[in-house]
Design a protein around this ligand. Structure first.
Ligand SMILES: [Zn+2]
Length: 399
């Protein structure tokens, strides 16, 4: 027996199609934010724009859209529903309009269909359905900008302006199993994610005539040795999140003339698990570099960020948290099965909520394929199912 909350599948899929038809690569979300705002406004759900400004590095100006359902009991918990409205920039390999929203065999195609306009449509219709219920706790819906950009500025601003402070837990409807480690399938709850730090290594050698390399210190040669050493760092592991990882992403430098190159630069990705900090990542890198005993001067630096707390730390949500319990029983009642439990390999806005804001955070979202690639699609029945699970779990969790 299943007990399905009142989500209209046609309305949900129509909404998803409209969202996919609005191009919204990160930093260009004005049109889709207005659409989400007006959709909520037409239903009497009192949306408000929440300005996001980052003048220093990106020059970005945009708006999240927020809406709140006030519960009857100020002591009851508050649940945050967070979904990003932006997508990656459409890739070139699409053989059709990346904003087509074409539906075939239960799949809806488009850039961002799975990541994460499916999840956005699901929380919008779930929020509309929750507005019809008498809940003790509050629901805060946050349709945020710039998740796919370099700093996740929309959710960063949400956290920075204190919106997470009065929340007790968060649901993020990012695509689920497709981005999780291991083989899991929907229905699934993703209860944590690794963290990620990006750092630069600058290598300064000493120039000399290129015909006499022994008279200089070759920064390119040393940078290659550094890349090799960093890739071999002994990283941490965690019972749920698995192993950390190190991946040198970029190596540049050198000389166009016949000179021993005096400068090179490496950019390195480090994924970490719970228990590893930015300071640990730096110490590991510095130790590996020191062990090489190079003649070049080598320095490790972390990338420029809008502020020092803009970082993707790792987190794990307790499997016994009341929201997880509510989501488990909602999944059983809607889908008739227990959800799989998984963890993410990479990072997103959920790290800001789960780590920075210290909110118990659960990811559950409709699955699809080709995320961030040509031919991206989402399964429409999973979009509807996620909306139903969110309504049932929120009703249970908020009392
Ligand atoms: Zn996403």
């Amino acid at each position: 027996m299943t007990d399905r909350p009142p989500i209209d599948p046609d309305e949900t899929v129509d909404l998803l199609q409209e969202l996919v038809r609005i191009p919204s690569p990160y930093f260009e979300e004005r049109e889709i934010a207005a659409f989400v705002h007006d959709w909520l406004d037409e239903r009497g759900l009192n949306p408000a724009y929440h300005h996001v400004s980052e003048p220093e590095i990106t020059g970005y100006e945009g708006d999240n859209v927020l809406a709140r359902l006030e519960g009857s009991d100020p002591d009851a918990p508050t649940l945050l529903l967070d979904a990003h409205v932006d997508t990656v920039r459409p890739v070139e390999d699409w053989e059709e309009d990346p904003c087509s929203g074409r539906i075939e065999d239960g799949r809806l195609y488009g850039q961002g269909a799975c990541d994460m306009k499916g999840g956005l449509a699901a929380v919008m219709v779930a929020f509309e359905a929750l507005a019809e219920r008498d809940l003790a706790g509050d629901v805060l819906l946050a349709a945020v900008v710039d998740e796919e950009g370099p700093y996740g500025l929309g959710t960063d601003r949400l956290v920075r302006d204190g919106y997470a402070d009065d929340c007790d837990a968060a649901i993020v409807t990012e695509p689920g199993p497709v981005l999780a480690r291991g083989e899991i399938e929907n229905p699934a709850l993703v209860l944590g994610a690794r963290g990620r730090f990006l750092y630069d290594v600058t290598v300064r050698g000493e120039a000399a005539h290129g015909s006499q390399p022994e008279r200089g210190v070759n920064a390119v040669v040393d940078a290659g040795r550094v890349a090799d050493a960093l890739a071999g760092i002994d990283v941490g592991s965690h019972p749920k999140l698995g192993e950390g990882s190190v991946c040198p992403l970029l190596l540049e430098g050198g000389s166009q003339t016949l000179s021993v190159p005096e400068r090179a630069r490496l950019m390195v990705d480090r994924h970490v698990v719970v228990g590893e900090t930015e300071a640990d990542a730096r110490a590991d890198a510095e130790e590996a570099i020191a062990a090489l005993d190079l003649d070049s001067e080598v320095e490790v630096g972390f990338r420029e960020a809008p502020s020092p707390d803009v970082r993707y730390g790792p987190y794990v949500t307790d499997e016994d948290h009341p929201l997880v319990t509510a989501l488990r029983s909602a999944t059983r009642s809607v889908a008739g099965v227990d959800p799989a439990i998984g963890y993410f390999e990479s990072v997103g806005d959920f790290n800001y909520l789960g780590d920075r804001a210290d909110l118990p955070t659960v990811i559950l979202g409709p699955d699809g394929e080709n995320v961030h690639a040509a031919g991206e699609f989402v399964y429409t029945d999973e979009v509807v199912e996620v909306a139903e699970v969110v309504v049932a779990a929120a009703t249970d969790f908020l009392g």
